[in-house]
Design a protein around this ligand. Structure first.
Ligand code: VGL
Ligand code: ZN
Length: 186
């Protein structure tokens, strides 16, 4: 099926977890502001019977992803901890499918990296993705770029994402990179 034609749409909610929200160990400034717009979208997609996926950063306690073991980041989103749980106000529903990523030593920023997401989407006849969540400059960006490479049409939801901004302007650069790669920025 060619992209965007006749296929179904899916919503991908990237890593809206406690550790990426204010008070978390890798807090994204105003990260919790993505919850309200994403909840509205989750409801709309579910009402129409369209697939909704939530990805989660799901790290072992020891991984080269963490600064303590040679990586970049403070310890965050360790499997089965409070910090790895989804934000408490993010809508929960049995129809939502959860994609766990980052379970090894790789950085695995993309929700497609080492997961079955692409297969699951294709199996459901999905050709078009709406993507938002945390963080714009890491997991959202890499998920969007991988989705485009995999042939999906992508709409990046700028009101429903926030950035880490290790360097000032990383958010704008990430959005520009997604746009250049073919995402529609909405
Ligand atoms: C993320 C940094 C480290 C993200 C995950 O979800 O954007 N960022 N691990
Ligand atoms: Zn991580």
């Amino acid at each position: 099926m060619s992209e965007g034609r006749g296929g179904r749409r899916a919503l991908i909610v990237v890593d809206v977890q406690n550790d990426f929200c204010p008070g978390g160990s890798l807090a994204v400034e105003r990260g919790d502001e993505v919850v309200a717009p994403l909840n509205r979208l989750i409801e709309e997609f579910l009402e129409r019977g369209e697939p909704v996926f939530k990805s989660r950063d799901w790290h072992p306690a020891r991984t080269k992803h963490f600064a303590d073991y040679g990586g970049t980041w403070p310890v965050h989103c360790v499997q089965n901890t409070r910090g790895a749980e989804f934000h408490p106000e993010l809508l929960d529903d049995q129809r939502i499918q959860i994609i766990s990523k980052g379970t090894g030593d790789e950085d695995s920023y993309s929700a497609f990296d080492g997961t079955k997401l692409a297969d699951l989407l294709r199996a459901e006849g999905v050709t078009e993705l709406f993507v938002g969540g945390l963080a714009t400059d890491y997991c959202v960006k890499n998920t969007v770029l991988d989705a485009l490479r995999a042939g999906f049409k992508v709409r990046a939801l700028t009101d429903a994402m926030r950035a880490v901004n290790l360097r000032p302007g990383d958010d704008a650069r990430a959005v520009e990179e997604m746009r250049r790669a073919g995402a529609e920025i909405i």
